[in-house]
Design a protein around this ligand. Structure first.
Ligand SMILES: CC(C)=CCC/C(C)=C/CC/C(C)=C/COP(=O)(O)OP(=O)(O)O
Length: 431
């Protein structure tokens, strides 16, 4: 749901221009007048349906209308209470705008990948809860800023696409300087938070990613289909910055989740590019699907990238990041998404593209949960060694081998110990 699933679902139908209170009561009334005079295009049900997300209609309009109406009725309800109501409505209105500018749901997914990276990067040490919170908060602010900048640069394109025409900027619910101020404050605060509470590496990665997304990927969308691959790099960096925030460095192990995110985004975006082909053409975006009428090329690209994900589970296990359970789960999961890509390759219908898209939506949370569930820290290794009845000296030796290979082999072990007690006792450690 990275790209297309952050749907503008909040209506800007604020039909109270005639009842706007005295501008002295609401200093932002000029901006509100612009909002109110905006004529509302039809709500895009197609966009919500295609993304499998049911829209939740905003109640901002109702509240705002009530508040502003209350503000005009000073004679009956008193000036103070009407001011409070008007300001509350205004606050609600702008909170909605910030939420949508930030593509909040997409940003929360980005935060989830960064938090997962943080936990994986913690390695042996206990997970620092404050550190995790600072990392998530900093990532959220910078992602919100990046997404707001992306919308500031795409106002005219977004206004031509059904999926995006109701966003705060094309719909006139917020002014460009206001959006720029929001993006600047959110981005700068996020970078300062990461730099002061985690480390410069994490802050640098996050800031570089903002630049890559807002100033490279965003213009590239209108120039060349390679934009999808650049966007995949943008999506892959948050777990890396999470890892860096936890460990202060980047290692080979830290690349496994970013690699999965990179490859995962290709089938995800190819499905979207196929499903939203007409909308992209209207918006002036150069997606690969526009140059591939039969869909064969994008289906092949999607399938190829699914195959690239297959070794990742084994690599995570082999490099000591997870137990072999994850190897098994990741392989099955990847084969499942590859099967939907293969089915789309053979039969390039909207139905098959939608199936691949839904499979991609499922893939990421399951993959990340598997990584977290089966992550191997030295504490796990120690416990496994002790369970195997090995001496302290051997376990001490193992403890020093941080994230070394094949200490735990749960699937094999369980298979021999639980259902087949006559098999040899499981060995967790091979000297
Ligand atoms: C820390 C940090 C800076 C993180 C940023 C992460 C981030 C914004 C990832 C999004 C990746 C991506 C290619 C989204 C699609 O944008 P799009 O422009 O194609 O989407 P749209 O068409 O819905 O506007």
């Amino acid at each position: 749901m990275w790209r297309r699933s952050v749907v503008s679902r909040f209506s800007s139908r604020i039909s109270v221009s005639s009842s706007l209170p005295n501008p002295r009561l609401i200093p932002w009334s000029r901006e509100l007048c612009a909002v109110n005079s905006f004529s509302q295009p039809p709500v895009s049900t197609e966009s919500t349906a295609k993304l499998g997300i049911t829209g939740v209609r905003s109640d901002a309009n109702r509240v705002f209308a009530t508040a502003t109406a209350a503000a005009t009725a000073t004679a009956t309800t008193g000036e103070i209470s009407s001011r409070v109501a008007a300001l509350a409505g205004l606050g609600h209105h702008y909170a909605r705008c910030y939420w949508e500018l930030s593509k909040a749901k997409l940003s929360m997914l980005v935060v989830a990948t960064s938090g997962t990276g943080y936990i994986l990067g913690t390695g042996n040490a206990a997970i620092s809860f404050p550190g995790l919170c600072y990392t998530c908060a900093g990532t959220m602010m910078i992602a919100a800023s990046a997404n707001s900048l992306n919308q500031i640069f795409e106002i005219s394109n977004d206004s031509k696409m059904k999926r995006t025409m109701l966003r705060p900027l094309p719909s006139g619910r917020i002014s460009v300087p206001h959006a720029v101020a929001w993006a600047t404050i959110a981005g700068a605060s996020g970078a300062c938070l990461l730099a002061s509470k985690t480390n410069m590496l994490a802050a640098g990665l996050a800031s570089a990613n903002l630049v890559l997304y807002a100033f490279v990927y965003t213009p590239l969308k209108q120039l060349h289909p390679i934009n999808t691959w650049v966007g995949a790099v943008v999506g892959a960096i948050p777990p890396l910055l999470g890892w860096a925030a936890a460990s202060g460095q980047i290692s080979y192990n830290s690349m496994i989740l970013p690699a999965a995110l990179y490859f995962w985004q290709i089938p995800h975006f190819m499905a979207l590019a196929h499903l939203c082909r007409n909308d992209y053409a209207a918006g002036g975006y150069k997606m690969l699907s526009l140059f591939d009428p039969s869909g064969k090329r994008i289906a092949a690209v999607a399938l190829r990238n699914c195959f690239y994900m297959i070794p990742l589970g084994f690599i995570a296990y082999d490099w000591g990041l997870t137990s072999s359970w994850f190897c098994l789960e990741s392989t099955l999961l990847t084969l499942a998404i590859a099967a939907t890509a293969f089915s789309f390759y053979r039969d390039r219908t909207m139905h098959k593209a939608r199936k691949m898209f839904h499979a991609s939506l499922l893939f990421l949370p399951v993959f990340m949960s598997g990584l977290l569930l089966h992550r191997v820290s030295n504490d796990n290794q120690q416990q496994l060694v002790e369970e195997a009845g090995l001496t302290n000296s051997v376990s001490g030796e193992v403890k020093t081998q941080r994230r070394k290979k094949r200490v735990a082999q749960p699937p094999v072990a369980y298979a021999s110990a639980a259902p087949f007690p006559f098999l040899p006792a499981p060995s967790f450690y091979s000297p």
